[in-house]
Design a protein around this ligand. Structure first.
Ligand code: NAP
Ligand code: HSE
Length: 436
């Protein structure tokens, strides 16, 4: 633990990474130096920026500060090491070495936190330093500190959010233009919204890491990336989007973390879902993020804003730097990780939600009865059924009441092997419609 030092003359800061976010943090540290000093309680002096290529021109960063010796910078004993490199290694080793040298850490590295947050938190505890990571989930949106601090007196029941801007941009464009996934992805890449390799975003890995972090904070339980059920958006078709639209829904990639029915467990999942157009999350378009928290006393609370981008993400990083700086000056620390609840993280089969099922069937006597029987035999209650077309081209759209995910999966298995069903065209979870 650092000793109280009310006479702190200045606090030193080192950046590991000077890319999209790091360069904006460096710029703001310089441009807002007076305000930041007043808010933190002492001037914040940037002593170095660790990068791979020190010869590259970087807007916002004084080239004299650049170094490719990140280990020396991380272990130099500065007050705050800000990790903005991304990835697991060498970020993890550098953070651990920096903590061992007495530095507090600010990071935006969701992948590392979701994969090995336990090691980082244990090291922060051991060395008596802060580990802050507001920017790791939903960029600029103040979300983690409200969950950790403002809602600490409440009981969170559910967190439901759009935490990936790239996929929200793609799904919004598909909804607005009726375009195909592949065409919109190409446009998103051309506009710089999607990476050249979009896998982490479109396959849901980025959202799953964020879901793990959110779930851990909301439910005071350690949640790892591997605990999160994950489905991306690559199989969402223009037909799915059109069908959702026709029914008054929009498709979103959602991160959901919620208490199980017996309240002794937790299910954390990321997947495309239909959301009613009247739900506040339906209005979150383009690359924006929003997270809806349902807590016992507070009721529903929504957080909305920019989930990515250099300056927005730097805003959250700067907020953490100021908080950590204040603690250094006071000789204190922020709250440690809270995992006391130790809820069991359960498989997606235990999730309880509603479903949309689109079937291609033959239009002959007994087909509707056979389809309804498959749902009934698996304990899935049908909310409504719509039939289109006739002859060999008949389509059935079934919407269910709430059901267990494992029961719905068994129903789909049965439908796939049924003589009455020619093809299961689409199955999607429906969220945000009525109470569970
Ligand atoms: P970026 O633009 O790729 O920048 C990464 C920086 O780290 C670069 O300066 C790079 O050096 C340096 N770096 C990476 N690996 C290195 C290594 N092995 N040795 C030395 N330097 C290394 O990444 P970013 O978009 O700023 O993202 C940084 C972090 O913020 C990530 O954890 C990301 O998930 C998170 N985040 C980003 C956003 C966003 O909108 N970009 C939003 C929220 C969170 P060179 O420049 O020399 O290559
Ligand atoms: N790739 C992320 C997104 C931004 O599209 O939201 C960084 O978390």
């Amino acid at each position: 633990m650092t000793t109280p030092d009310p006479a702190h003359r200045e606090l030193t800061v080192a950046l590991l990474g000077g890319g999209t976010v790091g360069s904006q943090v460096a710029r703001l540290l310089r441009e807002s130096a007076d305000d930041l000093a007043a808010r933190a309680g002492a001037p914040l002096r940037l002593v170095g920026v660790g990068v791979r290529d020190t010869t590259k021109e970087r807007e916002g960063i004084d080239s004299a500060l650049l170094t490719d010796d990140l280990e020396a910078l991380a272990t130099s004993g500065v007050d705050v090491v800000v990790e903005l490199m991304g990835g697991i290694e060498p970020a993890r080793s550098l953070i651990l070495a920096a903590m061992a040298a007495g530095s507090s850490i600010v990071t935006a590295n969701k992948a590392l936190l979701a994969e090995d947050g336990a090691t980082l938190h244990a090291a922060a505890e051991k060395h008596g330093v802060d580990l802050y990571y507001e920017a790791s989930v939903a960029g600029a949106i103040p979300l983690l500190r409200p969950l950790r601090e403002s809602l600490a007196g409440d009981k969170v029941r559910r967190v439901l959010g759009i935490v990936n801007g790239t996929t929200n941009f793609i799904l919004s464009a598909m909804d607005e233009n009726g375009a195909d996934y592949a065409d919109v992805l190409a446009e998103a890449q051309a506009l710089g919204y999607a990476e050249a390799d979009p896998t982490a975003d479109v396959e849901g890995y980025d959202a799953a890491a964020k879901a793990a972090i959110l779930a851990g904070l909301a439910f005071h339980t350690r949640v790892r990336l591997e605990d999160v059920f994950r489905e991306g958006i690559t199989t969402v078709s223009a037909q799915d989007v059109a069908a959702a639209r026709e029914m008054g829904f929009v498709i979103k990639l959602l991160a959901v973390a919620e208490l199980s029915e017996d309240e002794k467990g937790l299910v954390v999942r990321v997947h495309p879902a239909m959301v009613p157009r009247t739900h506040p999350l339906a209005g979150v378009r383009g690359a924006f993020n929003a997270v809806f928290v349902e807590a016992e006393s507070a009721g529903q609370v929504m957080f909305y804003g920019r989930g990515a981008g250099g300056a927005p993400t730097a805003s959250a990083v700067l907020g953490d730097i100021v908080a950590v700086a204040q603690h250094r000056i006071a000789g204190s620390r922020g709250p440690a990780e809270s995992t006391y609840a130790h809820l069991e993280v359960r498989p997606v089969g235990d999730a309880v939600t509603r479903y949309y099922v689109n079937l291609e069937v033959s239009d002959r006597p007994g087909v509707l009865a056979a389809v309804a029987q498959a749902f009934a035999d698996n304990g899935v209650s049908i909310q409504n059924v719509r039939q289109d077309g006739h002859g060999d081209d008949a389509g059935l759209v079934v919407r269910t009441h709430t059901a267990r995910d494992s029961d719905l999966a068994a129903t789909i298995e049965r439908l796939r092997s049924s003589d009455s069903v020619r093809r299961v065209v689409g199955v999607m979870r429906v969220e945000g419609e009525g109470e569970r």
